[in-house]
Design a protein around this ligand. Structure first.
Ligand code: GLP
Length: 254
């Protein structure tokens, strides 16, 4: 595991975007580069940097295939808080990615089990995910794999915890009753199968989750801790998020 500790959110975002740019630019010619993507406030800065790189001509997404992590059950693609809308507004509409290369779970699908199975198959058909970018919840969740999710879980429907609903109610007029109760999400196992995983964490509210993910035992209570078993996991964090790591951990990774 690597832990990159940057001064602030902007530096964290630039580090992550530069890493992704280099991976895409150095990808083997021929096959596409398969990128897993998250929503949330953590990756917005990284998306901004990637868009800027595209505008400057140092990066193209023509050879990139994407798979998003998750989507709320019951929200239409055009709902203002759907992850489809988030991705269009914050990323896809601003770069040269081909529409047919974008994959997202359909929150309005008739048969969620089939949708999830097909998603796993689709990922396989591209030879797996090269790099999965993600955020982390204050309770250590990754994608919508809430605490106590199986660490070998695959894409499926998950009930959201009250903590997550409260956190995400900020996007739904502060009204918990408007936050969907379920989501379609890739599993911890799906993320673990990626060749590389990069998790972004910024701000004091993520410090506790980061400590459990990096320093404590692997536990389903803190799903991000599963990444300790991954061969190529990188946490890219700011100083506030690193605030609960012990001094020897910080020294080691610096
Ligand atoms: C949501 C998403 C996660 C995200 C998490 C943290 O629950 N499903 O993918 O990592 O929130 O979001 P934020 O980056 O806004 O703190």
């Amino acid at each position: 595991m690597r832990v990159i500790i940057e001064k602030n959110y902007d530096d964290m975002s630039l580090w992550a975007a530069s890493y992704i740019r280099d991976k895409i630019n150095n990808a083997k010619k021929g096959g596409p580069f398969v990128l897993g993507l998250p929503t949330g406030s953590s990756p917005i800065g990284t998306y901004r940097c990637l868009i800027e790189m595209y505008r400057r001509g140092t990066l193209s997404f023509k050879n990139v295939v994407t798979f998003n992590m998750d989507e709320y059950v019951g929200l239409s693609e055009s709902h203002k808080e759907s992850y489809h809308t988030f991705m269009r507004e914050n990323f896809f509409d601003h770069v040269d990615i081909l529409k047919e290369n974008i994959h997202m779970l359909d929150g309005e699908c008739r048969d969620p089990e089939l949708e999830c199975r097909d998603y796993e198959e689709k990922i396989k058909s591209y030879g797996g995910i090269d790099l999965f970018l993600g955020g982390i919840g204050a309770d250590g969740h990754i994608a919508f794999n809430e605490p106590y999710s199986s660490l070998s879980s695959r894409t499926r429907v998950k009930d959201l915890t009250m903590d997550t609903k409260i956190m995400n109610s900020r996007f739904f007029d502060g009204d918990i009753s408007k936050v969907p109760s379920r989501a379609l999400t890739v599993g911890v196992g799906t993320i673990m199968d990626s060749r590389e995983v990069m998790i972004l964490a910024n701000g004091h509210s993520k410090a506790r989750a980061l400590r459990h993910a990096i320093e404590d035992s692997i536990s389903q209570k803190w799903p991000a801790s599963a990444l300790q078993e991954h061969k190529r996991a990188i946490f890219v964090v700011d100083e506030s998020a690193a605030g609960e790591l012990s001094l020897d951990t910080v020294r080691y990774f610096l």
